[in-house]
Structures are given as C-alpha cells and as structure tokens.
Design a protein around this ligand. Structure first.
Ligand code: ADP
Ligand code: ZN
Ligand code: ZN
Length: 758
C-alpha cells in the first residue's frame, strides 16, 4: 500500500482534468486505511464547502508548506456509482500492472468531445395535406420553385429530415424560415448521438440453438440468476456456433434489463460480424473501434450511460464503457495478443474484465478455438467453468492436413519456396477455379541484407536491429523509420555481393508469378494495408473471387469466411518458433490451427499443407492433428518445469536511458534491491523448508534483445514467482526507490506476464 502524509485528490472527474490535483493532509485516523482510488470529502475553496473527490496519489512530498494545507474530512461512502467504479478499476490497474494513477485514470475515463452534440433537425408539417396543396398551387404561380419543392414533399410526408430538404431538394434555410413564420411548418431539432455504423437491414431472430449450444446458454444464464459468478470458457472450433451462443446470452441479459460488453479483437471486427449483431439488436447495439473520432466515442459512452443500448462491441477499450447495470462481458478469441495493452498501464483485457465483472457482479464468458494457456489452465483447476462445442454447424468438415519436411525437399533438389506437394495442389486449384491462401507467419516484410563474402549485416545506426530491404533498393528501419539507399559494395570488405535475404511476402508474390504465369495474386501485409479500409477491401476483393491466390502474414487467417478457398499453404511454419520467448510454441500452434481453419469453409472439402524445417516439433505435430488437448498437455508441462506463466508469474522490468552507462547502473541497482528483498522474505518465512513455495527468481539485468531503439538503450530484469503479490510488492518497492532519486532521463516500465520477450 502507498505510504505518505499527503493525498493528491481530483475533484473534477474527467479525462481532461485528471492531471489537476489538489493536495490535502491525511488525518491521523485515516493514515492506515486511506488508499488510492478512494472517494473522500474535502473542504474546498474559500468557503470550505465539502466536496467529493478521489485520491489519485498518496505521497510524502508536500506541495505547499504544511500549515497551508487542509485536512481530508472523511472517506465517503455515497460516491457517484459509475465514476467510482471506473476509479476503483484504475486503482486496481495501477496496483496490478504498475503505472501512475493518472495514466490508469486516462485509460478508463473517456475523452470528452470538443464539439457540440450533432443536432438532427426535422421539418414538421403544421397544416393538413389539403391546405398545403392549395399553397403549392399559389407558389407555382408565383414561380417560388424552392418553396414549391418543399410543399410538394410535405404533402406526401408530414415529417422530413432537414438535411434532406436543404441538400437533395436544394431549399435554402431562409426559405424554410419564411415558411415557418407563415405557420406552414415548424423546424424542430433533437440532439442525437452519432451512431457510427449504419446498417439498414431487417431485424432477424436468432437461430434455434443446437442442444449443445442450448445447454451452454441455459447453464450460464441460470448460474447468473443463482448468483454463481464463476467465469467460464467456451472452447469450440471456428464455425461451431460460439457467436450464436454469445448472441443468445446477450439477449438473455437484455431481457433481464442488463447490458453487455462484447470484446472482439479489432482485426476481427468485420462488417459480417457487425451485421449479425445489428440484425439481432438493431439500435440497441453500438460499436467502438479505433477509427471512431473522439466525439463519436464519447457519444457511445453517453448512450451507454443513459441506458440507450444493450450491448457494445469493440476491442479492449470497450471494457471502459460505463453501463449503469452491466450484466455480462463476453470476450471472443480470448487468446489474441492484442488484448494486452502495449502502453502503460500494460493491462490484459482478460484479467481486467475479470476484475470488472467481480466488481459489478457480472458474468464473464471467454471463447476461443485455441484457448490461451492461461484460460485453459484456470479451467483445468476449476477456477473457470469449461464448455466445449465440437461440431461445425454448417456441415463443413475439418480440412485434411499434411506436413512437408523442407529439408527433404532440398535434398531431392527442389530449391523453390513451394514444395512439390503444394505446387501440385495449387495446379489443381487453378484448373478447378478454386482459391488458395498462402500464409507466411512472420511479421511484415523481413528481408535483411548481408554480405555473402564476410557476413556483414546492414544495421540501423540508431537501433539495434537489421535494416529491411524494400522495393527500389531502399533499406528501412522498422523501429525508427531511418531510411537509406542500399550501398553497391559491402561497407566492411567492399565485396559487391551484398544481398537481401529473400523471405518476405513480396518475394512470394514474385515467385508465384514466375512459377504460375498468368496467375492473379492479392497480397496482404503491413505494406499493403496502410489504412484500415484497405484491409477490408483486399479481403472483400478476394472473397468475391478477384484473385486465385491471397498471400499474406497472420492478418489473413482471422475473421472472414471464404467459401471458395479449398487450399491453405503455410510456407515456413517454424519461423514463429524461432522467436526467443516462451510463448512461441503457443503462438505457432494457434496460428497453424487458425490457418488450417480457413480451408474448406464451404461445402467443398479443404486441404492444408504445412511446410516446415521442424516437422518433429510438438506445436507443429499437434496443429496438424488439430488436437488442442494434446498440445496443451505438452506445453503446460514445459511451462511448469521452467516456471513460466501461467504456472508461475513473471514481471519484466524495462530500464531505458539515452546514456548506456547510467541505464546499466540503474538496472543493476534495481536487480540487486529485488534480490535482497527476496532473500529477506525467504528468511522471514524460515527459508528452505521442503514445503516452502517456489521462491522468487531474479534474472538479469541483461541488454534487451533489441538493445537500442532510437538511440535509447534498453536493459531488462525478469522476476519470477508463483505469487503474483510478491511481484507487485517488488514493483512497489522499486517505485519507492525511484521516487527517492532525482528525476533523470532514465525510465522504468513494468510488464506483468509479458506477451513478447524484451
Ligand atoms: P463461431 O463463432 O464458433 O465461429 P458461429 O456462431 O459464427 O460460430 O456459427 C458458424 C455458422 O453456423 C454461422 O454461419 C451460423 O449462422 C451458423 N449457426 C450457428 N448456430 C446455428 C444453429 N443453432 N443453427 C443453424 N446454424 C447455426
Ligand atoms: Zn563484406
Ligand atoms: Zn532505427
């Protein structure tokens, strides 16, 4: 818990004002109980009227002389519910993930719009149609054509949208005002909340649930009614009807007068998915995503607060939509790494959703075809309820998967990136006019340039990474944007054999055109999807049959259904196994299963070819068998043995500094302090008994795997413990220590159970 004699308090609870704090003294009686995030009443302003505020920081640092500061009056219990919950959640995030209270508050509180609410004006007829008709004749005689156009329209419809009249009918507002003065019509306005997605479609009722689906929906809702609030996980292959279950659950909540949050990875938030929700919930659903303007986002918060919607769909930020009576949080594709925030506070939406659900008494439902180790582990231990959906409801069978050993290919003289098996099957698809997807599980374009004579690798002068080879003989740094022309000779030995290592999606496209002349190819990777729209456009073009082949990175394996795709090729399945972190096996398995799930979604059977240099790796074997349980067993035993999450917890402490020596020295002091703390706790426990819990382990400091970015040096310390609170304890101590240092250019960040290694 934070310590100190002073509390910084915010009075005005809004995103814009969280930096504006007022300092108060903490009275003796509250010293040991006051916590950050609590609501208090304080004497405010000249008259010392009592106002409510929230504690955002407890500190030893006085901002004014002690005698000029007032005391907190008391802890209040009657706080404004919605804000209080947001602030409690922010305090929880701060404690669990390490960040300032201000950064946490900025995460949970909406940004206020700077513009006024959009007004929707309408024109209302005040006379009978007959009376208007006589006026129309008069206007025509007087050649008042604009007036005549409105009148003619008003005969047909008693209410017209203002914008339609001024726009399509080209009637000036002056003309309308004069008609209003004459008492023909009135111009009325109602402020309305912008609804970012307009889908014009008839409402549709749900499908009749299969017995499997029905049982799950029934059980979750009856548990909810009985006050049984254990989170649950629905494990079901793609197409097994999970979304239909979510829809039925959300409907059940709406019938109980409660609202739901539907979390979905941003990339899977396709038009098809949205349409399903709109057909079911009409105006009572809204969407949140990164393409919305601040104003539109704010409108969604307002609509939610007023109870105008039953469900919001969106990525992790949708968690912070302030519903008056939240009943359920659904999290689809819960294994997706985009659920973890990449900025402070580095929260995970799954854990945060669980805390929010606990605070609000809401149900939490997770779903995935390839559950995260975290979720499945909790389900195995009985912390989560587990449900499975086993059948594809649209009849399509799972694809037939074969694994090709690329080493054997090379031995038999095939130097192409396409195995003979894959080439043969693609040939067949071209003849049958069916489609193929080729998938490279590597992020973006990653062709580094090296000298074939001396091995020199072209690196960014500002970052510790190799430069990537782009079109037009340019070398580009993907971390800082540094760009330079490719030199003609090796800077180290002047050899002319400075060549790009070809493995990107661009090269695959080139090779395809060479091998299959006349083939039409669409490519999707970071370079071709600069804007959000282009992603959707490429997928739509492919699904309407505009190309034979779609080549891409992991982006192509998510979302969309392509009924005409009957072949999926994974070009180098083990590329993602070479990532240096403990999640690489899990990531590889998930990607391969998802990729395989893309083949044969329609009524034609599908085939999948997985090309790899490591056909013996269990992630690849189990993915080919599409056997999640077997994969889980092997993966969890490795995590248990090595003490990795979810078997234990891990905290990464990232120290950065523009000065290498100072950064390294700070990292060393932090690691030393953490070790000392661990030894002290161990000693206090009586240390070394046979039943003592797995102790704390501190690894490092070490140079991060990317040791420098943008001329800033990076060092990392890993702390592992079975006890999460031991790690947050160390984090608190480190923060206290940092508070005693004079602020410099060094910065320290925490990342709990990181998704990637540093
Ligand atoms: P998932 O979310 O697991 O991928 P969906 O809910 O999208 O599965 O269902 C896959 C397909 O099966 C969809 O086209 C959906 O309309 C259909 N479907 C789902 N449930 C039923 C049902 N009970 N009866 C008929 N069709 C269903
Ligand atoms: Zn060289
Ligand atoms: Zn760089």
């Amino acid at each position: 818990m934070a310590q100190g004699r002073y509390a910084n308090i915010i009075i005005d609870i809004s995103h814009e004002k969280v930096d504006k704090t007022f300092q108060y003294k903490i009275p003796e009686k509250l010293q040991s109980i006051l916590e950050e995030g609590m609501c208090v009443s304080v004497p405010f302003g000249k008259g010392n009227h009592l106002r409510q505020g929230y504690v955002v920081e407890i500190t030893e640092k006085a901002e004014f002389p002690d005698d000029r500061q007032k005391y907190i009056e008391e802890i209040s219990t009657d706080s404004v519910a919605v804000e209080a919950d947001a602030i409690r959640l922010a305090a929880w995030m701060k404690r669990n993930y390490g960040s300032t209270m201000i950064a946490a508050l900025k995460t949970v509180l909406p940004v206020k719009r700077s513009m006024k609410p959009k007004e929707k004006k309408k024109i209302v007829r005040l006379m009978t149609a007959e009376e208007v008709r006589s006026l129309l004749g008069e206007s025509e005689r007087k050649h008042q054509f604009a007036k005549a156009r409105v009148l003619a329209q008003l005969i047909r419809e008693p209410v017209l949208p203002y914008s339609l009249v001024t726009g399509k009918l080209n009637v000036s507002s002056a003309a309308l005002c004069s008609l209003q003065r004459e008492g023909v019509l009135s111009i009325e306005s109602e402020s309305y909340y912008r609804n970012p997605v307009k889908v014009e479609s008839a409402r549709e009722n749900g499908k009749i649930l299969s017995p499997e689906q029905e049982r799950i929906s029934e059980k979750i809702l009856s548990d909810f009614d009985a006050g049984e609030k254990k989170p649950c996980l629905i494990h079901g292959i793609t197409g097994s009807g999970k979304t239909e279950v979510y829809l039925s659950l959300i409907e059940g909540m709406a019938a109980r007068g409660k609202q739901s949050i539907m979390l979905i990875p941003e990339i899977a938030l396709t038009y098809q998915t949205l349409l399903r929700f709109y057909k079911r919930f009409g105006d009572r659903v809204s969407v949140m995503n990164s393409t919305l303007s601040a104003g539109e986002k704010y409108d969604q918060y307002e609509r939610a607060k007023k109870g105008e919607i039953d469900v919001i769909i969106g990525p992790r930020s949708a968690l912070f939509v302030p519903f008056p009576d939240l009943g359920m949080i659904v999290m689809d594709e819960e294994h997706e790494s985009s659920y973890k925030s990449e900025t402070m506070p580095r929260f995970h939406a799954r854990e945060t959703a669980q805390e929010l659900a606990r605070m609000k008494g809401a149900a939490l439902v997770l779903g995935s075809a390839t559950p995260s180790l975290e979720a499945y582990y909790r389900a195995q231990k009985g912390e989560y309820g587990l449900f499975t959906l086993t059948r594809r409801l649209t009849g399509g069978r799972l694809a037939e998967v074969s694994v090709v050993d690329l080493r054997q290919e090379l031995k038999s003289g095939n130097r192409s990136i396409f195995s003979r098996k894959l080439q043969g099957l693609m040939e067949e698809r071209l003849q049958k006019k069916e489609q193929t997807m080729l998938f490279l599980n590597r992020r973006g374009y990653a062709g580094f340039v090296s000298c074939r004579s001396c091995g020199y690798v072209m690196k960014c002068p500002h970052c510790d990474v190799s430069l990537s080879h782009h079109m037009g003989e340019r070398l580009v740094c993907h971390y800082c944007g540094y760009e330079t022309a490719k030199p003609a000779k090796c800077p180290s030995c002047t050899s002319p054999y400075l060549l790009g290592f070809k493995a990107g999606t661009q090269q695959i496209e080139e090779q395809l055109r060479k091998r299959f002349p006349g083939i039409s190819v669409l490519r999707m990777d970071k370079d071709t999807t600069g804007t959000k729209d282009s992603y959707e456009k490429i997928l739509t073009a492919f699904s309407s049959g505009e190309a034979d082949v779609l080549v891409g990175t992991q982006m192509i394996v998510k979302g969309h259904d392509f009924p005409n795709v009957t072949l999926v090729g994974v070009l180098a399945a083990d590329l993602s196994l070479n990532d240096s972190d403990y999640r690489s096996g899990e990531r590889t398995f998930q990607l391969l299963v998802q990729a395989a799930g893309r083949a044969g979604r329609g009524d034609k059977p599908g085939e999948v070819v997985i090309q790899t240099y490591r056909p013996e790796h269990y992630s690849i074997i189990r993915a080919a068998e599409q056997d999640y349980q077997a994969f889980y067993k092997e993966e969890i035993s490795y995590r248990e043995l090595a003490g990795y999450p979810p078997a234990a917890h891990m905290m990464a402490v990232l120290v950065t500094s523009p000065d290498e020596k100072r950064g390294e020295s700070l990292a060393e002091r932090i690691a030393k302090a953490a070790r000392a703390l661990g030894e002290k706790e161990q000693a206090a426990k009586g240390g070394g008994t046979a039943c003592a819990p797995a102790g704390l382990r501190i690894i490092g400091p070490a140079r991060a795997s990317i040791g420098k970015i943008n001329d800033v040096y990076r060092f990392v310390i890993y702390c592992k413990s079975a006890d999460y609170r031991q790690l947050t304890g160390i984090k608190d101590k480190i923060e206290q220590y940092l508070g005693t240092l004079t602020p410099g250019e060094e910065s320290v960040q925490f990342d709990f159970n990181p998704m990637d290694s540093y």
